[in-house]
Each structure stands twice: as structure tokens, then as C-alpha cells.
Design a protein around this ligand. Structure first.
Ligand SMILES: CC(=O)N[C@@H]([C@@H](O)[C@H](O)[C@H](O)CO)[C@@H](O)CC(=O)C(=O)O
Length: 308
């Protein structure tokens, strides 16, 4: 872990490996870390989020996973961010205290999504109660309205947030509303906040607006290619950056039409990395063998600009 190092570039939204009978498979995490670092050049992780089925895990499982990522990522990963969001405030607080105690690089929280905050003040009050349990580490709001149904615009949320949440560091912005993202970045004149984009298929658009990096599921297995897109963008080689975005988009467009979510992500990661990610937890059900065959053939057919 690299304390003080700015969180930028790619962050893999980690998958939770499970055994065939549905238990969390902690021993896989050691090779998972090595795979991300050595094969995908991805050194930041976001644990127990959407892709990690965090909301389908028990509190005990979430703590065990956080501890394992911290342990296996030591001296290998730059940042381990732990998602501690839950429906119950005391559970969020318990997870926040735990993340701080094990030395996590930061915590993130989604909006509660059963009883929902109806306005900015209610949302900030909830987030503040979680952040204050981990007062020494950076706090990120995880904005994913398509899943939470909480559509409070981030631009509005940011107004005055630092006074209420001193550890507020940024937003994991998993929404297609690039106008909202642009307004946030435009107001972030001093660069005090980080914006990590979460819709992988349109990351290049977010980079053009000034996003600092990205958190996503595809960086588990397309991290290498997406890193090359980031490099091309940094060198102002827009044509090359577009090529990478078009090709990752070609794959995602294909699998989205087949039906694509966390279960399918687990299957893709399994055939690309060789690390058995296992089944998802109910109510999700495993990807069909037809999906796996088609997705693999599609990925194999793509010729990347670096010839790989
Ligand atoms: C709805 C969803 O799962 N979005 C993914 C994306 O990475 C998504 O899988 C990708 O853009 C393909 O659509 C991430 O934003 C989720 C994420 O970062 C997380 O697991 O916490």
C-alpha cells in the first residue's frame, strides 16, 4: 500500500471468488492480486462493491474479504478501497471502523436503497454518520443510481460537503450522466476531489471531461488494454485511445446484448485469468455455457492495436 499516493488510473472492482457450494473462497485472493498486478498492470482495488456482491455477503464475510485483500495486497497494491455501504447504518459504521482498523486506503458508501434518502441533506446525514467512524481515512461516495434508485445529482451533493464530511475525497461515479460529472469537475477547481468513473464502456468520454481514473469490473480482465487507452489519451493520441475504447466497447456491446452482469463477469474473468471465480450468490445465477462460449469467441476475435 502506498499511503498518500493519489488515487488515479484504473481500480479493479473486485469479484468475490466463491467455492462451487457458494462459500467465499479466500485462498484465491493471493493469485488474484498477482494476476491484477502482473498481467493487467492494475494496482488499485475496490472491494465488496457491486461486482464483489458486497450487498449479498454477510458482515462477517465482508470483513474476512477486506482483511484478505489487505493482507495479500501488502507491498503489491497501491490502494485498497473498501466498500462499506449497507442498508443499516450501524452495519455501515461497523464496517467503516473495521476498514480503518485494518489500514484500508479508503472507504466508499452507496446510498441506502430500501428506505431511500429523498434529498441531499438526508443523504449527506447518512454518509456523515458512516465517515465519522473512520476519521483518518479518505471517504468516497459511490454513486450508482441505476442500482440504488437514488438519483440525487452529485453536483448538488458536493456543495459544502467538506464542511460536513472532512474526510470526503471524491466520488465513484457509476452513472451515464456526463453533464453531472462535468459540472462536478468544473466546480472542483482546486482539484481537492477525485472522480473515478464507473461506466467502463464510455470511460474515454469521462477522461475527456477530466475524470481522474476509473473503477470498474472490466479492469479485472481488460485492465492491460484499458491502461494502454489511458496512456494514449495522456499522450494526446486520441485516435489510438478511441481504438481501444471502440474495441472494449465492441466486446461489451456484444455481451450486454446476451445479458451481462456480475454472474457473467465472474465467468469471463474465470476463462481469461484461469482463476476459478465460482458461481454468484442467489438471487444471481451462473452464466450459461452458451454465454461463455460466445463471449470467449468474441474476446478471442478482437485484435488489439498492440497486436495482442
Ligand atoms: C452496474 C455495474 O456493475 N457497473 C460496473 C461497471 O464496471 C460495468 O460492469 C461495466 O461498465 C460494464 O457494463 C461498475 O461500475 C461497478 C463497480 O465498480 C463495482 O463493482 O462496485
Amino acid at each position: 500500500m502506498t499511503p498518500g499516493k493519489k488515487l488515479e488510473g484504473l481500480v479493479a472492482a473486485t469479484i468475490t471468488p466463491m467455492t462451487p457450494d457458494g462459500q467465499i473462497n479466500l485462498p484465491m485472493i493471493r493469485q488474484y492480486v498477482d494476476y491484477l498486478v502482473n498481467e493487467q498492470n492494475v494496482k488499485n482495488v475496490f472491494v465488496n462493491g457491486t461486482t464483489g456482491e458486497g450487498l449479498s455477503l454477510s458482515i462477517q464475510e465482508r470483513k474476512q474479504l477486506a482483511e484478505e485483500w489487505m493482507c495479500q495486497g501488502k507491498d503489491k497494491l497501491d490502494h485498497v478501497i473498501i466498500h462499506v455501504g449497507a442498508l443499516s447504518l450501524p452495519e455501515c459504521q461497523e464496517l467503516a471502523r473495521h476498514a480503518a482498523a485494518i489500514g484500508a486506503g479508503g472507504i466508499a458508501v452507496i446510498a441506502p436503497f430500501f428506505f431511500k434518502p429523498t434529498n441531499k441533506d438526508e443523504l449527506v446525514a447518512f454518509l456523515q454518520k458512516v465517515a465519522s467512524e473512520a476519521p483518518e481515512i479518505p471517504f468516497y461516495y459511490y454513486h450508482i443510481p441505476s442500482l440504488t434508485g437514488v438519483k440525487i445529482r452529485v453536483e448538488e451533493l458536493l456543495d459544502g460537503i467538506k464542511a460536513q464530511i472532512p474526510t470526503f475525497q471524491g466520488v465513484k461515479f457509476s452513472d451515464m450522466d456526463l453533464l453531472d460529472l462535468a459540472q462536478c469537475i468544473n466546480k472542483n477547481e482546486m482539484g481537492q476531489f477525485e472522480f473515478l468513473y464507473g461506466v467502463d464502456e464510455q470511460l474515454l468520454g469521462a477522461l475527456a471531461l477530466g475524470a481522474n481514473g476509473a473503477v470498474g469490473s472490466t479492469y479485472n480482465y481488460l485492465g492491460r488494454q484499458t491502461n494502454l487507452m489511458l496512456q494514449a489519451f495522456a499522450k494526446a493520441d486520441l485516435a489510438l485511445a478511441q481504438k481501444y475504447q471502440f474495441l472494449t466497447g465492441e466486446f461489451l456491446n456484444f455481451v450486454i446484448k446476451l445479458g451481462f452482469g456480475v454472474a457473467q463477469t465472474k465467468a469471463v474473468m474465470t476463462f481469461v485469468s484461469g482463476i476459478p471465480m465460482g458461481p454468484p450468490r442467489l438471487p444471481l445465477v451462473g452464466a450459461s455455457s452458451e454465454f461463455i462460449v460466445k463471449a470467449k469467441a468474441k474476446l478471442d476475435s478482437i485484435v488489439w492495436p498492440d497486436g495482442d
